[in-house]
Design a protein around this ligand. Structure first.
Ligand SMILES: NC(=O)c1ccc[n+]([C@@H]2O[C@H](COP(=O)([O-])OP(=O)(O)OC[C@H]3O[C@@H](n4cnc5c(N)ncnc54)[C@H](OP(=O)(O)O)[C@@H]3O)[C@@H](O)[C@H]2O)c1
Length: 283
């Protein structure tokens, strides 16, 4: 990579941080997004030092807030002339149902709506920079999910694992729908499962399951291994022009049957547009 500008959300920890490190080491200009100044500046300093690349910056935004997502896009566009790669990576699992400042269930807001909205508000600069790429970090958990349109935000009954799986299924459906709508623009959109990776993701999980996740974390894949497919989709000439696919271990894979249902993807798009106050968002 040379002049390319890559924006990565959730770059303060785990897979996102390793992705930022990998792309910085390849010479890209990396814009990390984090919500905490202390964690963000520490990660940025580490990446600048280890990659010997000074073009690593930090922008702050809490992606559970739609106002902050709009502000993030504005600040980005004021500071950078182009955007070659957008990596939507930030994610959470929460045992308890928590609401965002916008009144939306946290898992759905951060893992799905933030990807949807950040992509929308950066589309103009992605289009102007084409060929450009969007990489969405999904999960193998998409296989264990359905989209419950009657209770998208767990109002009737909340389970952290169910909310997480549904949000990751939403990421795959969103990616496929986005790829269809972006045909002919020079922007590609793909998604991936990074594997089972030892990160901070389990820190929001309480009870026995949370204890087990944290106990097993050291035995899981390293964040560097977990970042390989994100880096591949962001940078490899092998996937130039390829769009609307799901990847595992740098290879195209089949996602769950429901992800190929275009009516569900289109309905999810409409609901997501409503929840992000974009009623006429059609691409
Ligand atoms: N680990 C796995 O086994 C696994 C498997 C499949 C998919 N994934 C996916 O991989 C992605 C990265 O997760 P990870 O495993 O690397 O977990 P992680 O270490 O917990 O990293 C998550 C990142 O998201 C950021 N984040 C969370 N909420 C945010 C918010 N409201 N605003 C801005 N940033 C926020 C975190 O920031 P802070 O540092 O401020 O908390 C952190 O940088 C997620 O989408 C996850 O679902 C992970």
């Amino acid at each position: 990579m040379g002049e390319e500008v890559c924006l990565i959300t959730g770059a303060t920890s785990g897979i996102g941080k390793a992705t930022a490190m990998g792309l910085a080491s390849m010479g890209a200009s990396v814009v990390m997004v984090g919500r905490d100044r202390g964690r963000g500046e520490a990660a940025m300093a580490e990446i600048r030092g280890k990659s010997a690349n000074a073009s690593v910056d930090l922008l702050l935004a809490d992606l559970s807030s739609q106002e902050e997502i709009h502000r993030l896009a504005d600040v980005f566009k004021e500071s950078y002339p182009r955007l070659d790669v957008l990596i939507n990576n930030a994610g959470v699992i929460r045992s308890k149902r928590i609401m965002t400042a916008d009144g939306i269930e946290m898992t759905f807001a951060v893992n799905h709506l933030a990807y949807f909205l950040l992509t929308k508000v950066l589309l103009d600069v992605l289009k102007a920079s084409a060929p450009s790429r969007i990489v969405n970090v999904a999960s193998g958990e998409q296989r264990n999910a359905t989209i419950d349109f009657d209770d998208l935000q767990g109002e009737k009954g909340y389970k952290g694992a169910k909310a997480y799986s549904q949000s990751k299924l939403a990421t795959v459906l969103f990616t496929y729908e986005l790829a269809r709508r972006l045909e002919g623009t020079g922007i590609t959109a793909n998604c991936l499962h990074p594997g089972v990776v030892g990160t901070n993701l389990g820190s929001g999980v309480s009870g026995v399951f949370g204890f087990m996740v944290r106990a097993l974390t050291p035995l899981m894949k390293s964040p560097e291994k977990g970042a390989e497919t994100s880096i591949y989709l962001a940078s490899s000439p092998e996937v130039e022009g390829l769009s609307g696919k799901y990847f595992i271990k740098k290879a195209e894979a089949r996602s769950s049957d429901v992800t190929y249902d275009e009516r569900i993807a289109s309905r999810l798009w409409e609901v997501s547009a409503e929840l992000t106050n974009l009623p006429a968002y059609n691409l």
